[in-house]
Design a protein around this ligand. Structure first.
Ligand SMILES: Cc1cc2nc3c(=O)[nH]c(=O)nc-3n(C[C@H](O)[C@H](O)[C@H](O)COP(=O)(O)OP(=O)(O)OC[C@H]3O[C@@H](n4cnc5c(N)ncnc54)[C@H](O)[C@@H]3O)c2cc1C
Length: 553
């Protein structure tokens, strides 16, 4: 079969759909090919946060920012890998991209004044205001096509309910301690129950699922052609111009001519075992990314002369994950974003020693773990803390601990020595907890300064004084959950310029070829500066690609 269009996009995550919608709104005929049965990629599983300094809602929440401060911060974060051209393109276009989507599409965002940069005290860093999150979405707006959307990670839902990060999450964490939160949760439970009765599933989409749902709806409304179960297999050139691709759909070959060009947005290589083995410093790795993200975009670009950069010190955005038994020998992954910062939670290696400020970002946490030469760690806590905040997949009271103890996800000991024995952690854990408790009595952490910056404190417990991130572990029994190394997406990737054009080894654009999202080399230099630093650039460079294809730059 043959098909003609203006633009072919490979992949239906944030990068791909942003490019597709932008090009379509500019009048081009656009096809999105998605390899998997469902649309949305990792984006649909994500938190749905975008880091966009100087975004258009900053003023309304009383935040003052500047392009110069944001550039200074990114220079500090990326160091010698700072790419001035692409950073400038991102910082300039990011706010315009937000404006475009909010004005012309179903993609809507809410700002946060308090979600800090991950290194808020670094030059140009901010204690809040640069990140926006996809606004919750009524999935019924998609009609029957709601079934086309990838569902969120089950481990991040409660009874199947998608909980919005921010105020909603706070209510769920505090429902046994605050009547207002209890009322909120009761309403959400009732709403979810009714939706399940009438629609067979929850329909209130939040976080990344809301972002992917809103992008899908916008693409459909705009008239983007969407093909699922359809993998881009090979790029086709006329001379040195990329002019289309060979696709495989249901076992049949489809040849697509793309008059303006092709956008690669296949979501990087978190499921490409060979490249991971080569670029990751550790062997045991657990990625929550969907199975289709096997690095196709990188290979497609390389096959037509596109240059890759695989030299970043961290080839991916690391996150500690725990393996949650799903029954029948299957398991899911729980990414530990929040619990590490809570007072009364520490992390140790199997040697029973702490190694990091547990309240630091997931990426920094894993980097510190890698420096110890270990590939897993334990989160250790006491009865007070686990009932107040939960731990990983374990929810706070009144939900029971029993099932997690039975499945082996959660380990328990009547005292720290017994817990160490059960978890096969070195008995040095006892001295570690003693030392931690000694300092914690006055709210200090002399070893790793937990609670010392705005980002740590953002996830702490404001009711615990003087340090919302530090409390002694004193109330038996004691508990531990094992965490492994995972990723949220990959950083190494295809060299591109400020228009998202793929570059060759001489840094010349390959005409007709673009890359957005995690297929493109990250502009963060292997660091993780703040909430939304993959989706912000993914949508911005997708938008830039769409505009360049339409001749609008
Ligand atoms: C739990 C979790 C939370 C996260 N939270 C955040 C957050 O809040 N903010 C943030 O910035 N980042 C977050 N991330 C990371 C973020 O989700 C990813 O970096 C981002 O979604 C990548 O977008 P993408 O468009 O590059 O790829 P994806 O969204 O993964 O989409 C790529 C798509 O391409 C398809 N594909 C692959 N090969 C082919 C092919 N040959 N032909 C056609 N299609 C193909 C795939 O099937 C997939 O659907 C989170 C990640 C996880 C797992």
């Amino acid at each position: 079969m043959r098909f003609d269009c203006d633009v072919l996009v490979a992949g239906s995550g944030a990068g791909g759909l942003a490019a597709a919608i932008t090009a379509r709104k500019a009048g081009l005929e656009v096809v999105v090919a998605e390899k998997e049965p469902l649309y949305g990629g990792t984006t649909a599983l994500s938190g749905g946060w975008l880091w966009i300094p100087n975004h258009p809602m900053q003023r309304s929440i009383g935040i003052a920012d500047s392009l110069q401060d944001a550039a200074t911060y990114l220079l500090h974060e990326a160091g010698e890998r700072y790419d001035a051209e692409r950073v400038n393109a991102f910082l300039t276009a990011g706010p315009q991209m937000v404006e475009f989507f909010m004005r012309q599409t179903a993609v809507q965002f809410d700002p946060s004044a308090t979600f800090p940069d991950y290194h808020p005290d670094a030059p140009g860093g901010r204690p809040g205001g640069r990140s926006i999150v996809a606004r919750a979405y009524d999935g019924r707006s998609l009609g029957k096509k709601l079934a086309w959307l990838r569902r969120p990670l089950p481990e991040l839902t409660v009874f199947g309910i998608m909980i919005g990060s921010g105020a909603e999450l706070v209510h769920f964490m505090r429902w046994s301690r605050s009547p207002r939160s209890a009322l909120f949760v009761a309403r959400r439970l009732l709403g979810h129950g009714a939706a399940t009765l009438f629609h067979g599933r929850g329909v209130r989409l939040t976080n990344g699922n809301a972002l992917a749902g809103r992008l899908l709806k916008s693409a459909l409304d705009a008239g983007v052609e969407l093909w699922n179960r359809c993998a881009v297999k090979e790029l086709v050139r006329q001379g040195n111009v990329v002019a289309g691709a060979v696709l495989e759909r249901d076992g049949h070959e489809v040849r697509v001519r793309a008059r303006k060009g092709v956008v690669l947005a296949c979501g990087g290589f978190p499921r490409d075992g060979e490249r991971m083995k080569r670029l990751f410093p550790h062997q045991e790795h657990f990625s929550p990314a969907p199975p289709g993200n096997t690095g196709d975009g990188l290979r497609l670009a390389q096959a037509v002369g596109g240059k890759l950069d695989e030299s970043l010190p961290n080839a991916a955005a690391w996150v500690p994950v725990s393996r949650v038994p799903r029954g029948g020998g299957a398991w899911g992954l729980f990414p530990h974003f929040i619990d590490r910062a809570k007072p009364g939670v520490i992390a140790v290696t199997r040697k029973g020693v702490r190694f990091v400020n547990e309240g630091n970002s997931y990426h920094d946490f894993v980097q510190a773990l890698l420096q110890t030469g270990e590939t897993h760690a334990w989160l250790v806590t006491d009865h007070r803390a686990i009932r107040a905040y939960g731990l990983g997949f374990v929810k706070p009271r009144p939900l029971p601990l029993g099932p997690h103890l039975k499945s082996g996800y959660l380990l328990r000991g009547d005292n720290i020595g017994e817990l160490a024995h059960t978890a096969q952690i070195d008995p040095a854990l006892e001295a570690t907890v003693r030392r931690h408790n000694e300092h914690a009595k006055s709210g200090s952490d002399l070893d790793f300064s937990k609670g010392s910056n705005a980002y740590n404190r953002f996830y702490g417990d404001p009711d615990i004084k003087p340090n919302p991130c530090v409390a002694p572990l004193v109330q038996p029994p004691f508990y531990a959950v094992r965490v492994e190394i995972g990723d949220l997406g990959t950083y190494a990737g295809i060299l591109t310029n400020g228009h998202a054009q793929v570059l060759d080894e001489h840094k010349r654009p390959i005409p007709g070829l673009y890359a957005a999202g995690n297929d493109a080399l990250s502009i963060m230099g292997g660091n993780y500066p703040g909430p939304g630093i993959t989706l912000g650039p993914a949508m911005t460079f997708g938008w830039l690609a769409g505009r360049h294809l339409a001749g609008e730059t």
